[in-house]
Design a protein around this ligand. Structure first.
Ligand SMILES: O=C(O)C1=C[C@@H](OP(=O)(O)O)[C@@H](O)[C@H](O)C1
Ligand SMILES: C=C(OP(=O)(O)O)C(=O)O
Length: 455
């Protein structure tokens, strides 16, 4: 077994990033949204009855979520797509979670923030002990505020960080709780998604010095409401402010009424984050890439992508066949606050090192706590190409200089691997270790990339 793995690594690592021989011209159908698929899976597992997900993502993060929900007593099965398209089979999910085989379950969170933050609240509904663990990096990522909040709402949990065990007693009381989600919005989403199954629902207040990835909280609320759950959202007044918080803008409150979601029939949107690298290829090569199925209205923060690429010198047009981005030949640096859309920061950094003018990416201190310390890893790995990237308190400053090829390590981070592929289009001699790490969200990335280049 071990020998095979080493042989495979020797054959396939590192991956020579293809250099573009001219402007790319391609239509690229990207797989379904990770965030949409994993929210729909969770809500379906909480519903009493059968739900259908159309066009779901099948990647490491969503397969881990499906396995977690099965371990918690839901059924998750493939079903032929009723409307066959590039997305493949549907998923049918039958809930509710609760009955654990043998009264003991074990959940592998991998390095999936959504699994680690969305499933502990579900485990409080189970009748038995649920043990949680994940990749070494997941043991370092923020979780403690969520576990503390669940305890306050009535859960019994052994441990304050991963690995930990939820001693499921078949439900919790719920009620009011304050959580500091300044390190990850998922700490709030993980409470809200399950709260309609708590006896009294939940009132969740975020109090902290910032709240990153706000659109994902809007997505959580929209998905709950679409499943029939009543959610109130408000910004508390100054008198309601928990002590130690200064800024009203950094406090938000959600009220989820008890009742549980209804079974869903949901079409999963394409993942606009996964589209980022492909659209960036158009910008890097002065070419043209179209993403079919780009939604006209969406909660995904990827809706901000066209204006960011336009600020870097591209053109973007939503057409009947999809979003079309056309590179302008030269790339302009940007100064952008990415607190709502941190996932774009790696690929935009990849474009920024190829630009004519400096860039500043702000509002992304929380990227230090994601799949890897993204700020440090982008600076050090792209630094191997000669790039000049300074890590600031809340982001990156990039001063473009001529680059040379080098072997890059994506630090087990899918978005870094895709970023290096973008840079490799314009810089000969870039090779990337462990390109398969892209399978966290894009299972077939290397093949999709080469077929995009082939037109
Ligand atoms: O709720 C979600 O689906 C996500 C929220 C964000 O997490 P953070 O709030 O930790 O940035 C985002 O980065 C992640 O990829 C997906
Ligand atoms: C931060 C990310 O993932 P996760 O859901 O593991 O937090 C990401 O996909 O960029």
């Amino acid at each position: 077994m071990t020998t095979t793995t080493r042989e495979q690594r020797e054959q396939h690592d590192p991956w020579p990033a293809p250099v573009a021989t001219g402007p790319v011209s391609a239509t690229v159908a990207v797989p379904g949204s990770k965030s949409g698929t994993n929210r729909a899976l969770v809500l379906a597992a909480l519903a009493d009855g059968a739900s259908r997900l159309r066009g779901p993502l099948r990647s490491r993060d969503t397969l881990l979520m499906a396995a977690a929900l099965r371990n918690l007593g839901a059924q998750v099965t493939d079903a032929p797509a009723t409307d066959p398209g590039p997305a493949g089979a549907d998923l049918v999910v039958t809930g509710p979670v609760g009955a654990i085989n043998g009264g003991l379950a074990s959940i592998d969170c991998g390095n999936a923030g959504t699994v680690a933050r969305f499933t502990p609240a579900l485990a409080t509904l189970a009748k038995g002990d649920v043990h949680f663990d994940g990749d070494p990096r997941m043991r370092e990522r923020p979780l403690t505020p969520l576990l503390a909040a669940l305890r306050e709402l009535g859960a019994r949990i052994d441990g304050d960080r991963m690995p930990f065990t939820v001693r499921g007693g078949g439900g919790i009381a719920g009620g009011a709780v304050t959580v500091d989600a300044s390190t990850s919005s998922q700490l709030v989403s993980g409470l809200l998604l399950a709260a309609s199954r708590f006896e009294r629902g939940a009132t969740v207040t975020h109090a902290g010095h910032r709240l990153p990835s706000g659109p994902y909280l809007d997505m959580t609320v929209a998905d709950l409401r679409a499943a029939g759950v009543t959610v109130h959202v408000d910004v508390p007044g100054p008198g309601d402010r928990p002590s130690g918080t200064a800024d009203a803008a950094s406090i938000r409150r959600w009220r989820v009424e008890p009742g549980g979601p209804a079974p869903l029939d949901r079409v999963i949107e394409p993942d606009l984050n996964s589209a980022t690298a492909f659209l960036a290829a158009a910008v890097a090569t002065g070419g043209q890439v179209t993403i079919p199925g780009w939604p006209a209205h969406t909660e995904q923060p990827g809706r901000l992508l066209p204006e960011l690429l336009v600020a870097m010198g591209a053109e973007a047009e939503l057409r009947p066949e999809g979003l079309r981005v056309t590179g302008g030949g030269r790339i302009t640096g940007i100064d952008a606050d990415l607190s709502d859309f941190g996932e774009a920061a790696p690929v935009l950094t990849g474009l920024a090192v190829l630009a004519d003018t400096p860039s500043r990416l702000r509002g992304i201190a929380h990227l230090r706590l994601q799949e890897t310390d993204r700020l440090a890893a982008l600076a050090s790995e792209l630094g191997k190409l000669g790039a000049r990237i300074a890590v600031t308190d809340d982001g990156l400053r990039i001063d473009p200089v001529p680059l040379r090829g080098a072997r890059l390590d994506p630090h087990a981070d899918h978005r870094l691997a895709m970023t290096f592929a973008v840079v490799g289009l314009a810089v000969p001699g870039v090779t990337i270790d462990d390109i398969a790490t892209t399978g966290k969200t894009v299972p077939d990335f290397a093949r999709m990339w080469t077929s995009m280049l082939a037109g």
